[in-house]
Design a protein around this ligand. Structure first.
Ligand code: GTP
Length: 433
């Protein structure tokens, strides 16, 4: 569907039926990891209160920062039940710095009788956005729609009020100003007078603003298809949705027939490893783990060695969201990146910052902090289904020139979509007014 059709459908509706596909899961492979003397020992670990204090500087979302593994595991189990999938058997063995390659990872076994077909509903991307953005609509979209519902005439007050509304919706001051100016000019040009004319223009301008701030070559997930392993490094504050996104993406790649390996490099928190192992079982991909409190770089080293040796198509690396202080977190990430580059000089293919979509303007600060340490190639915006804002998408794009590559629109394995500016802009208006 072209942009115009999407805008038309959003604003005026139609009766098109949405397609629904069913996807099935494939068997996984058993893999082995090789150990090495790569790991250095980490400095002493902090108290919980120190972690919390540090984390609050990076993440304003208290609810997420307090999420624990029991909640996560029960959420995963609940989702498993929803997906109707039984977990496959998992062999768990810890890795250290010896050379016991046979016991160096956690492997999801692919036993035929256990690999039940997952029948996740695979909604079309537009449908996912519409469903996922329902709550965001109660925020940014609802404000826009309420604003348009009260619309009387196109005058200076109209544009001033619109600019104010955009700033309140976390679009950012600069972006709000740019968008309002563009809208003012376009409204004049198109002689837009009615409410529907203006809504059409604003959707067009939202998309245009997003598009003009990007690098066309870096819009979609990068992936090389030359037999080498694509390594995706996921960074972000705790609770942003890194592990969940990795689980969802692993499922997507598996469904595409690719071989996937996961690395649980958040050894700081035992629950984080468990959570990734749960996802590995759910989507039937092996997970490389290390001993609790082990050097995360050693886990990454083992996982990279294994992925390269076994010609895995993708290695998805989960990292810690918090350490005793920001400096420690950043130096750990630096070390992980160095470790990857040592074995695979052109990697990582992607360094994705995972951001909670409801974080608001703080998301921008996080993006700037992480970008200083690990050169980011893109963003993943999660929880857009539960976001009360949503406007931060534009702020980040405008100020960081970083593309949003993926969006999380729910907790299920299938609730992941490629970011699409038109879908996003249209989704904000869907079903309202
Ligand atoms: N509604 C909704 N919830 C999500 C989404 N993505 C993640 N979550 C939930 O957010 C919570 C935190 O997600 P995690 O994947 O554990 O976050 P993390 O960044 O790995 O956190 P740490 O392991 O603490 O660093 C979990 O309860 C997830 O189920 C999403 O797109 N929508």
């Amino acid at each position: 569907m072209g942009l115009f059709d999407k805008i038309k459908k959003s604003l005026f509706g139609d009766n098109e039926e949405e397609e629904k596909n069913k996807k099935s899961e494939e068997e996984s492979q058993d893999k082995e990891a090789q150990d090495d003397d790569q790991a250095d020992s980490d400095s002493e670990k902090p108290s919980e209160s120190e972690q919390e204090e540090e984390n609050s500087q990076l993440n304003e979302s208290d609810a997420d920062s307090q999420s624990d593994i029991s909640a996560k595991s029960s959420a995963a189990n609940k989702a498993e039940e929803e997906d109707g999938q039984k977990p496959v058997a998992v062999e768990t063995e810890n890795q250290s710095q010896d050379n016991d390659t046979a016991s160096s990872d956690v492997t999801a076994k692919s036993e035929a009788d256990e690999a039940e077909e997952e029948t996740d509903q695979s909604d079309s991307q537009t449908e996912l956005y519409e469903k996922g953005l329902e709550k965001t609509n109660q925020g940014f979209g609802a404000r826009l729609n309420k604003f348009f519902a009260q619309f009387r005439t196109v005058d200076e007050d109209f544009f001033d009020d619109l600019e104010e509304l955009l700033i309140e919706s976390d679009v950012g001051y600069e972006t709000a100003e740019q968008l309002t100016t563009a809208l003012r000019d376009e409204a004049k040009l198109q002689k837009a007078k009615s409410r529907d004319d203006l809504k059409k223009v604003i959707v067009e301008k939202l998309v245009e603003l997003y598009d003009q701030n990007g690098d066309a070559a870096n819009e979609k997930l990068r992936s090389h298809d030359d037999g080498k392993t694509n390594i995706y490094l996921f960074v972000g504050v705790n609770g942003a949705g890194k592990t969940t996104t990795i689980g969802k993406l692993a499922k997507r790649f598996k469904d595409e027939g690719k071989s996937v390996l996961l690395a649980a490099a958040d050894t700081f928190r035992a629950g984080a490893v468990e959570q990734l192992v749960e996802w590995g079982k759910r989507v039937d991909v092996p997970v490389v783990t290390g001993k609790e409190q082990a050097d995360p770089a050693s886990v990454v080293f083992d996982a990279t060695t294994k992925a390269i040796a076994e010609h895995a198509d993708y290695l998805l690396v989960d990292t810690a969201g918090r350490l005793q202080n920001k400096k420690n977190l950043m130096s750990e990430l630096e070390k992980i990146e160095r470790t990857i580059k040592k074995q695979a000089p052109d990697e990582p293919t992607e360094t994705l910052l995972v951001l909670d979509g409801s974080t608001g303007q703080n998301a921008l600060l996080q993006a700037k902090d992480f970008d200083k340490t690990t050169k980011l190639t893109g963003l993943v915006l999660t929880k857009l289904d539960g976001s009360s804002k949503g406007g931060v998408v534009l702020a980040i794009r405008n100020e960081m020139k970083l593309p949003v590559k993926l969006v999380g629109l729910g907790e299920k394995a299938s609730d992941l979509a490629d970011f699409d500016a038109a879908d996003y802009a249209v989704g904000l208006f869907h079903d309202l007014v």
